[in-house]
Design a protein around this ligand. Structure first.
Ligand code: PHE
Length: 453
């Protein structure tokens, strides 16, 4: 069978730390540092964050386990894995939706990564040495609405992504992630400590950690669900594809909890870093995608040694974005290679070209194409909303149903428990979450967002 042929030539991640670092590398990225603060800000803070954390552990962790089980057991790409267990066309359509979602995310994500590159450049050339929050706002608006620069940076970022991908997975990513993730973590903590000394810190803590439940509308809840899935790289076969490179002797459930916890901690730290500055400098928490890019420079200019911190931070953020885009690119690349018979080179070129075309449209949707609206959303917003809030949670629901109800129970058990004879309580709880809570929970959030309940 096709997947058997592939499984022989498939690479395997070297160490347990490498495995954690690569999956965390996929999970941690702009989703935590750019998207989480802006979504939390738009949706009113505390209540959104509480929902987000509940979704991560109640729905996210079980679905991560499902992706891990399917990937490691089939040792195949998303589409191949589904085919391995079922010949039903509906499931395959689900896998194709995941692959499309991965390309949509890659497109708009590369634009934001491109903004990060511009800010890295600015921080190195002294362009961030302005003073007032107003000036930073104007600077960002001028840059992001430009017809050329954002497109060039997007293309440059995609080129870097291409350069790593063409060499294959394990060589590059494991190494980058092993060094970079701990560094990012340390620097974030340093920034948080600095932010907590700002006068707006109290206000920020209330905003982040004192839920105002009256703010909890169905669309806020759906936003939290979408953010949870986006941040965990979940529901589109990304963790499934990575798990196909896992060794047989690592514990899937334990790794799922570790990845979810680290990812959540990074997001919360990003919130603690951003919001004290937002309230101190009188900015609006609901500024949207621009938020982090307008706030961060204000933080740096006011920090001891900010001129050094800023480039380091933006460089780390670019790397964190790369480890995420590599993982989302692998979804379509492994599909093109293993199901469409392309060489790695061709598959990677195709992946990059698609992202380049749609990424350009997304980049221009802040400037020249800002009036082009579909369902009232710009192209960038449409790509972001459709993939994160619709395709990923729906994909996660399908993956949970598929694993919980269609895949042979013994297969699931052996992947999660090994040869262990007794059945621990956590396993029963996990299976219950996979079979009932995850599908029903996601469905309920959708129905209420559609106004049906
Ligand atoms: N989880 C990544 C982040 O937080 C984004 C991502 C989404 C990566 C989907 C892969 C797949 O930045």
């Amino acid at each position: 069978m096709n997947h058997n042929k592939n499984s022989k030539s498939r690479a395997v991640f070297g160490t347990r730390l490498g495995l954690i670092a690569t999956t965390v590398g996929s999970a941690v990225g702009l989703g935590n540092i750019w998207r989480f603060p802006f979504e939390a800000g738009v949706h009113g803070g505390g209540a959104f964050i509480l929902c987000y954390v509940i979704f991560i552990f109640l729905l996210g962790v079980p679905v991560i386990c499902c992706e891990f089980v399917l990937g490691r057991n089939s040792r195949s790409n998303y589409f191949g894995a589904v085919k391995h267990y079922s010949s039903n066309g509906y499931w395959k359509a689900g896998a194709i939706a995941g692959i499309i979602a991965s390309l949509m995310i890659l497109s708009f994500y590369s634009v934001v990564a491109g903004w990060t590159l511009e800010y890295l450049f600015q921080s190195l050339t002294g362009g961030l040495s302005l003073q007032s929050a107003e000036q930073f706002h104007e600077r960002f608006t001028a840059f992001s609405t430009d017809a050329l620069r954002p497109v060039l940076w997007t293309a440059l970022f995609l080129l870097a992504n291409f350069g790593i991908l063409i060499r294959g997975v394990t060589k590059g990513i494991e190494k980058i992630s092993n060094i970079m993730m701990p560094m990012l973590f340390v620097i974030l903590i340093a920034f948080c400590i600095n932010s907590l000394s700002l006068p707006g810190a109290r206000h920020a803590m209330d905003f982040l950690f004192q839920p105002d439940f009256s703010a909890l509308t169905p669309s806020v809840v759906l936003g939290a669900l979408g953010q949870a899935f986006f941040s965990l790289s979940l529901g589109l076969g990304c963790l499934l594809t990575y798990a196909s490179y896992f060794r047989k002797d690592v514990s899937l459930a334990r790794n799922a909890v570790t990845v979810a916890s680290l990812d959540t901690i990074v997001a919360i730290l990003a919130g603690i870093m951003i919001f004290p500055a937002v309230f101190t400098f009188g900015m609006s928490p609901a500024a949207g995608p621009a938020l982090v890019f307008e706030v961060l420079p204000s933080i740096f200019t006011r920090m001891e040694g900010g001129a050094l911190w800023a480039p380091l931070f933006f460089a780390l953020l670019v790397l964190a974005s790369l480890t995420s885009t590599i993982s989302m690119s692998e979804i379509s690349i492994t599909y093109f290679m293993e199901e469409r018979g392309m060489t790695r080179r061709r598959a990677t070129i195709l992946n990059t070209l698609i992202a380049l075309v749609f990424g350009t449209l997304c980049a221009l949707s802040f400037g020249p194409l800002s009036n082009l609206k579909i369902f009232g959303l710009t192209i960038f917003e449409l790509f972001d909303y459709t993939s994160s809030n619709i395709l990923l949670p729906l994909g996660g629901m399908l993956i949970a149903i598929f694993t919980g109800w269609y895949v042979d129970r013994r297969t699931v058990r052996t992947e999660l428990l090994g040869e262990r004879a007794d059945t621990p309580v956590w396993y029963r709880v996990l299976i219950f979450l996979i079979r009932f809570i995850a599908p029903a929970g996601i469905l309920l959030v959708f129905l209420s967002a559609l106004g049906l309940i």
